[in-house]
Write a protein that binds this ligand. Structure first.
Ligand code: 13P
Ligand code: SF4
Length: 302
């Protein structure tokens, strides 16, 4: 059955000249069949540069929306329409507009984990991989509003020394991890290096040897002489790490570290998506054009 599904997906993908993109948190079988697996920044770049006619995004809705914003002439499919991001839902364009009115002249930086209408209301986007450089690119005399992740915002502040107005949002999956849980893992695995995602809370960040985006964590462990790691990010990523570094050992920072939305995309749904061309992502053109500028400014920064 699985073999048939894989064959169907591969054949249909060729017929459609489709590109399958998958985030690192996707199920192993989805990562294995994807043309490209990466973090939000890498996937956005792939979506912007591809010559495929169809982009199938195995991830969550804001990622597929970003692909559509960057490549409006392509058909962008999200195999599971319910796959969303709890953090992206914590800010609306209307609320962000109200905050901007209180701070005229402020520069709004929005984390890529936000919906198109919020990006359209912002000046520049960032991902966890380039957030520090994006904020460093803003003139010192400007007030900066950062939305929606207060944890990533706090981390950027600690790295740049720059005070920003932080939106009160977070990723419930990463925010749930606490320092005591990490300390317990450190007691169990005393030689292990602690590497965490910047969506984690400050008490976790304080314990880490390194704070990186998912692609950054992969690079860090690949290039590290160390052999054992405590990983503070979503559990699907352990599959990627083990596949790339089979001689190293990885422990999740907490037992349950799962983004349910990232697990909604299955091989079956991917096959149906390719068969029936569903679910097609659309972004109203006026919003898309403004959101495009926000993403484009980000993509010019390393
Ligand atoms: P990355 O850009 O680091 O892959 O993070 C995306 C995300 O949703 C983390 O929760
Ligand atoms: Fe959103 Fe958190 Fe899931 Fe990432 S892990 S997609 S930030 S809810």
């Amino acid at each position: 059955m699985t073999l048939e599904l894989r064959d169907f997906i591969t054949r249909r993908k060729r017929e459609l000249n489709a590109l399958i993109l998958a985030h690192f948190y996707q199920l192993p079988e989805i990562q294995d069949i994807a043309d490209y697996v990466g973090d939000s920044l890498q996937l956005a770049r792939q979506a912007a540069e591809t010559e495929a006619d169809v982009i199938v995004f195995c991830g969550v809705s804001f990622m597929a929306e970003s692909a559509k914003i960057l490549s409006p002439d392509k058909m962008v499919l999200l195999p599971e329409i319910k796959a969303g991001c709890a953090m992206a839902d914590m800010v609306t364009a209307e609320d962000l507009r109200s905050l901007k009115e209180k701070h005229p002249g402020a520069v709004v930086v929005c984390y890529v984990n936000s919906m198109a209408a919020v990006k359209a209301e912002s000046d520049i986007c960032c991902t966890s991989a380039n957030a520090v450089n994006v904020v460093k690119s803003i003139p010192q005399d400007k007030t900066v509003i950062f939305a929606p992740d207060r944890n990533l915002g706090a981390y950027i502040q600690s790295q740049t020394g720059r005070k920003m107005i932080l939106w009160e949002g977070c990723c419930p999956v990463h925010d749930e991890l606490n320092g005591e849980e990490v300390r317990e893992q450190m007691r169990l695995y005393p030689g292990a290096k602690v590497v965490v995602h910047p969506e984690c809370a400050p008490d976790v960040i304080d314990l880490a040897d390194a704070v990186r985006s998912t692609a950054g964590i992969l690079n860090y462990v690949k290039n590290s002489p160390d052999k054992e790691f405590i990983i503070g990010t979503e559990e699907g990523f352990i599959y990627t790490l083990q596949k790339n570094c089979p001689d190293k050992v990885f422990h999740l920072a907490r037992q349950q570290f799962r983004c349910e939305d990232m697990k909604l995309t299955t091989l079956e749904k991917l096959a149906v998506s390719l068969e029936q061309l569903q679910y097609q992502i659309e972004v109203p053109e006026d919003i898309r054009q403004r959101a495009y500028l926000t993403l484009e400014r980000m993509l010019k920064i390393n």
